[in-house]
Design a protein around this ligand. Sequence first.
Ligand code: ATP
Ligand code: MG
Length: 266
Amino acid sequence: MTGSNAAVLSSATVLSISNQKGGVGKTTTSINLVASLAQLKHRVLLIDLDPQGNASTGCGLDKNELEISVYDVLVGDATMQEAIVSTAFDFDVLPANGDLTAASVELLNQPRKEYILKTALAPILDQYDFIIIDCPPSLSMLTVNALVASDQVLVPIQCEYYALEGLSDLLDTIRQVSGSINPTLSVGGIVRTMYDMRNSLANDVSAQLLKHFRDGVFRTIIPRNVRLAESPSHGEPVWVYDRSSRGAIAYMALAKELVARQKEAR
Ligand code: ATP
Ligand code: MG
């Protein structure tokens, strides 16, 4: 367990970062939101639920050297406590690697297959203020497990031509999960990522998002910033790699906005 604090929450708020569209900034948002929340002295756990293991690598872990990963937890071979590792950045990580590909199939044969992550998280909820799940780019059983375990979903969207395509599938899946298994699940907000203000298409798509989802869109915009793209190869969140970069400043603003929204919602 790392970082401790003044936190107001006695049980973690669990957030899935999800969009089945690939490369929209899910992992970048997960790592840097977690790192910014930790900077704000919240107790945070990052769960890598993607067999690509990018969130694990981006936090400086070698995904090929993992002794225990989220896979072992999901198939019942390890406890959360055994699998969670501390990072040098004041937050914890439940790491993943390619083993997780098998889990998405193996889970299908288990009883109560949608609840496996939720059940595994229950004993550690009081140890964190926020648990953030980096979802894979699919609406697979892994994503369903993330949604069932979550209070809210944050949806990163890259404001480009096909951005809204597929959003309705995600919203349908969220509706199905909230209509049956997890009635308290809600959309915590849409985050505009990799934003280029000079691009008129980005501005058009952003205007459409604001029109449709209004307050459902975070005010903070994440700009396209090369430091954000570089920091994972150094195994560091952007605030460690370059704390004065526009990317670092934007993710800190997003973390503050998220905390303010959580307080408002209570
Ligand atoms: P996947 O669907 O494969 O899991 P993802 O949605 O997690 O992808 P990321 O891996 O976060 O997306 O980002 C895709 C690529 O874009 C990465 O190379 C990342 O470094 C880069 N990137 C993400 N956000 C930004 C940004 N704001 N500015 C510049 N580059 C970015
Ligand atoms: Mg990713």
